[in-house]
Structure formats: structure tokens, C-alpha cells
Design a binder for this molecule. Structure first.
Ligand SMILES: Cc1cc2nc3c(=O)[nH]c(=O)nc-3n(C[C@H](O)[C@H](O)[C@H](O)COP(=O)(O)OP(=O)(O)OC[C@H]3O[C@@H](n4cnc5c(N)ncnc54)[C@H](O)[C@@H]3O)c2cc1C
Length: 383
């Protein structure tokens, strides 16, 4: 896709976002409410089906374009956290599902008739150590019986399906460390029996929950790929997620930088614009440089992904640098605005809370550094 075409898509995303100004997000933030109207508009516009091939009703635009969509959403002061997973969670089905499973779910996901935006991996006790998860799925005839608990399962209350990672073979019986976990698609509409979803109130409006499974029956037909290979399937999907969320961070950084530089040029104290002082302008300029550099890495990750080439290193570096650039820009924006940064109406304190998440989730910075140290630099493993 040419830069002109990308520019056209970004312009239509910006036009959509103009319908959802700061006042819309502030009201939701106060109530911790889901941005239903925004998600519906994103769905109607077809943006959430960007990674689904045309054969299944998506637009098949690829990750290079998808990152621009989310970047533009955030650059315009909106937040795609409520629906970004509709874009990428289906990747596990697309890549590892059977033809029948793809035909069953992907067209509905592309149109928005089916919401697949819940991803149940993290558990309270396992944390970043995914292989230590203890939710089990035991095969009984043509169903799996699921028991256990997930935490931070975002958007579960706004999702029809959940991609669940559960243990199907006990840890001490597997040949290789990464074996024994399986991916099941849980239909949250059909599997209500034994399933409890509890919202967790967080420092930003994120619709995240904890999910309890008590003898929940999931049809064996909903197993993705081969039983016991689920951990690899989940790892496979993570690069797209990293790049997309990194793009949101870049958009956040761009929003903070635009806001900070405009205010610094406008606000006069001691008889001249505060932005004439290098103590004010340098942090903004530094955040700008960090953002430009991070964007190049994220774009590179997406290009490699679309070419079917390995991109784990680029996606992880991009996600780390982008989350740090967003944070530097947020800091500079707060400092530049002085006291006004703390007033709700400026939207800065809300965006500040929102963008902090991405140094922790979906993967924390330390885990990215450990990945780079161990894989790129071949240093000893720390875990
Ligand atoms: C708002 C929100 C939404 C989320 N949404 C989802 C979701 O939809 N689905 C889902 O499955 N999960 C989700 N998560 C979970 C998220 O992926 C985890 O919080 C994240 O991976 C970190 O895991 P943890 O919180 O258990 O931290 P821990 O693993 O307990 O780590 C705590 C700290 O210790 C550090 N640490 C741990 N081990 C090491 C080590 N070996 N070396 C160096 N440092 C280390 C980490 O970097 C981190 O800073 C969400 C989290 C939040 C807060």
C-alpha cells in the first residue's frame, strides 16, 4: 500500500475520531463506562477487520496499515483499548484454526457480529510466567471441562468469544517445558454455566475483569490446532499485538507532544512564551526524537510481519521504545502545563493515566529486556 493510501486511511480515522472529543472520553472515564458508540463506529467503518483476509469478509490490509489506524486513533485523543483486541485476537484462529473454524468465526468477527476481544492468559499466581498457569481443561468425551481463574481478562463483558489458554496435560507429564497448554475458544454466550466475570476497577477506564471457571464445559470442536501446543500458538500471535499497542503509544506520544508544544508557544510567563526556555522545550523535543525513532522500529516490525518474516525482536523493541516515548511525552506535557495539567478538562491527566499501562501490559519492560538479552545477545537466562 502506498503512503498516499495510508494517508487517506489515516484521514478517515481522524474524521471518525473528531466525532468523539475529549468530553466524550471524560464522561466515560468518570463512570468507568465502555465506549460503545466509539467501538460501534470503528466496527462500522471496517477498521477492526483490517487483519482479516478479504476471503473472510475483512479488508486484508495487513499490519502495516493496521498500526496506522490505531496510531491515528490515539493521536486524536481517543483510546482504542476498548476494541483493539478485536483486530488481533483472531490471529490465533486465522493462523492455527481449521478451515471449518475459520469459516465459522472469522466472517462474524470481520463484520462485528461476533466480538472476539477477550484473551485469557494471565492468572493471579502465574503472572509473567505463563507456563506456570494452573487453569485446567480436562477432556471428557466431546467437551473440555475447564476449572480455574484468569485475571486482567480485559473486555470479557463486551465479548462473545474468549481465546483461553489452559493446561491440558499436567506440567510434570510433558516432554518439553512449553508443551501441555492448549488454546480453546470459549463462547461466553453458550458457556455461562459455571462462568463468573467480575470487573476490576483500575486507575484508568479499561473494562478489565477477573474470570472464574467452575466446571465450565467447552466443546472439543473449539480446540485450536493440536492439543498441548497452545503456548506456541499464543506466542505466535504476540508480535502483532505488540506492534499494534506500540502504535497506540506512538499516537499517545504525538498527542502529548502536540498539546505540549502548542501550550508552550502560547503560554506567557515573565513576559515571554514558556516554550522559549530550553528547560521547557528540550524535554518536548527529546520526547519527539524518541517517538520518531520508536515509530521507525514499529513500522519495520509490521513490514516484516506482513512479509511473513520473523519480527519478534523488532516488535518487542518497538513496543518498549514506544511505551517509553509515550511516557516521556506525557511527563513533558504535564510539566509544561504546570497546574493546568491536573485539571480534568485538559484531558492530560486522563491520558497520562492511560498511557502508563503500556510499560506493564501486555508485557512488562523487564520481560522485553530479558527476551533481548537471552535471544538477541545470547546471555544467560534469568528464568
Ligand atoms: C489493565 C490491564 C489489562 C490487561 N489485559 C490483559 C488481558 O486482556 N489478558 C491477559 O491475559 N492479561 C492481561 N493483562 C495482564 C498483563 O499482561 C500482566 O499484568 C503483565 O504481563 C505483567 O504480569 P503481572 O502483572 O503478573 O506482573 P508480574 O509477572 O508479577 O511482574 C511484576 C514485576 O516484576 C517484574 N519481573 C517479573 N519477573 C521478572 C524477571 N524474571 N526479571 C525481571 N523482572 C521481572 C516484571 O517486569 C514486573 O515489573 C492486563 C493487565 C492490566 C494491568
Amino acid at each position: 500500500m502506498s503512503l498516499d493510501q495510508i494517508g487517506e486511511i489515516r484521514a478517515s480515522v481522524a474524521a471518525l475520531c473528531a466525532e468523539f472529543p475529549g468530553s466524550y472520553w471524560r464522561a466515560l472515564d468518570r463512570e468507568r463506562a465502555y465506549p460503545t458508540a466509539f467501538v460501534e463506529a470503528m466496527t462500522r467503518a471496517g477498521f477492526l477487520g483490517a487483519l482479516i483476509p478479504e476471503a473472510y469478509g475483512g479488508s486484508g490490509l495487513g499490519l502495516r496499515v493496521a498500526i496506522e489506524i490505531l496510531r491515528e486513533v490515539h493521536k486524536n485523543g481517543c483510546n482504542a483499548g476498548a476494541c483493539h483486541a478485536q483486530m488481533y485476537t483472531m490471529g490465533t484462529i486465522l493462523k492455527h484454526g481449521s478451515d471449518a473454524q475459520k469459516a465459522r468465526w472469522l466472517p462474524g468477527i470481520a463484520s462485528g457480529a461476533i466480538r472476539l476481544q477477550a484473551f485469557g492468559v494471565t492468572e493471579p499466581t502465574s503472572g509473567s510466567e505463563t507456563l506456570a498457569l494452573s487453569t485446567t481443561a480436562v477432556r471428557e468425551g466431546d467437551t473440555y471441562v475447564v476449572n480455574g481463574q484468569k485475571i486482567w481478562t480485559s473486555r470479557a463483558e463486551h465479548s462473545d468469544l474468549m481465546v483461553l489458554l489452559a493446561r491440558t496435560t499436567p506440567k510434570d507429564l510433558v516432554a518439553r517445558k512449553g508443551d501441555g497448554l492448549s488454546v480453546l475458544v470459549v463462547d461466553l454466550r453458550e458457556s455461562a454455566q459455571g462462568l463468573t466475570i467480575r470487573p476490576i476497577r483500575t486507575m484508568m477506564n479499561h473494562a478489565t475483569t477477573e474470570v472464574f471457571f467452575d466446571q465450565v464445559r467447552v466443546p472439543a470442536a473449539n480446540l485450536i490446532g493440536v492439543e498441548g501446543q497452545g503456548f506456541r500458538y499464543i506466542l505466535d500471535g504476540m508480535n502483532a499485538e505488540r506492534a499494534l499497542i506500540a502504535a497506540e503509544c506512538i499516537g499517545d506520544a504525538e498527542w502529548f507532544i502536540a498539546k505540549a508544544s502548542a501550550y508552550a508557544s502560547d503560554r506567557s510567563v515573565f513576559g515571554r512564551p514558556i516554550g522559549a526556555n530550553q528547560g521547557v522545550q528540550f524535554p518536548i523535543a527529546r520526547a519527539y526524537a524518541q517517538t520518531r525513532a520508536a515509530a521507525l522500529m514499529v513500522e519495520r516490525a509490521a513490514e516484516l510481519f506482513d512479509a511473513g518474516a520473523p519480527c519478534g525482536e523488532e516488535a518487542n523493541i518497538g513496543k518498549m521504545l514506544a511505551s517509553e516515548a509515550a511516557w516521556a511525552a506525557a511527563e513533558a506535557c504535564i510539566q509544561t502545563h504546570g497546574g493546568f495539567a491536573f485539571a480534568e478538562d485538559f484531558d492530560i491527566e486522563r491520558k497520562f493515566r492511560e498511557t502508563r499501562l503500556y510499560q506493564v501490559a501486555p508485557i512488562s519492560t523487564n520481560l522485553i529486556l530479558a527476551f533481548l538479552a537471552q535471544n538477541a545477545l545470547k546471555m544467560p537466562r534469568s528464568y
